[in-house]
Design a protein around this ligand. Sequence first.
Ligand SMILES: Cc1ncc(C[n+]2csc(CCOP(=O)(O)OP(=O)(O)O)c2C)c(N)n1
Length: 330
Amino acid sequence: MTSNIAPNADELRWMYSHMVLSRAFERMMDRAYMEGKTPVFDMAKGPVPGEMHLSDGQEPCAVGVCVHLNEDDYAVGSHRPHHVAIAKGVDLDAMTAEMFGRESGLSKGRGGHMHLYDQKARFACSGIVGQGIGIGVGHALAIKMQGGNQVAVAWVGEGGANQGMFHEAMNLAGLWKLPFILVVEDNDWSVSVPKERSTAIARNSDRAASYNAAGEYVADNDVWGVYAAGKRAVDRARAGDGPTIIEVRTHRLVGHFVGDPEIYISEEKKRALVDPLVGMRQRLMDEGIIDAADVERIDRETEGRLAAAEQFARSSTEPACESALDHVFV
Ligand SMILES: Cc1ncc(C[n+]2csc(CCOP(=O)(O)OP(=O)(O)O)c2C)c(N)n1
């Protein structure tokens, strides 16, 4: 959809700095995660145990929508949640500590990277693919029943959009005209299965018509496109006009999980991937929104912020073995 909705300079700087923070966070976690896991990859080893799904390349899907949200709006990420958590303002120290499995983590170290929960930032996510859609629609129903003016947004991969939850939850969101937005991150792959082998229709935004929802398609993983689609969707939701499905054609620049040998993708395809952060930085510099000194300052501040978060996580205590069944459903 063409539009004259465009971000102002402050919004552009906010989106850029959060993309930088998200990318640098992923690079830090990649390094920390791989500690102790080689020479034979063992995901139980090292200071960050378990699986790890990073979001390098998908940052526009998060910042382009979260820039329109307030602290009391709700966000539900997928199993690939860090870019959304960072754009929604989740506590960085507690998020990092959670991924290191420490007591000071968001979920006291019990949840790990796919189960981040921050009540203040109103952020949650789930490792169960597709289930965040139901949680998001639940938030939207609660908003409507309480007469609030907030919106609820959930993010899902294009593979997860084929789960039953997508259809059940979108049906209720449309039926009850809930203030709900679903962002489908089409990164082409569901692990190693390409979209054309999993999905009967080319664009998930076309499915919106079945649910009395609006559909928005963003073809090129750029912040400006996601910003405009996000603005229309949030305005619609706050005005009581019901849900929107936004599909963004995005790319993950890294494997499905850290350690993925990616044998299903050709070197040629990998080389063709375009980094949205590089493109955004260049455009902002060309348009005089930021200069080389700003780029350096933002990088330096980001580095300092992340070093503090990593230090906080590493110096926090691990939960005691006797407490393994505390804070969990048994
Ligand atoms: C219900 C469920 N089925 C299977 C899995 C295993 N799994 C984890 S990620 C994933 C692929 C998800 O693909 P997509 O939704 O496109 O998101 P992407 O990983 O590309 O971001 C699968 C099958 C799971 N976590 N939950």
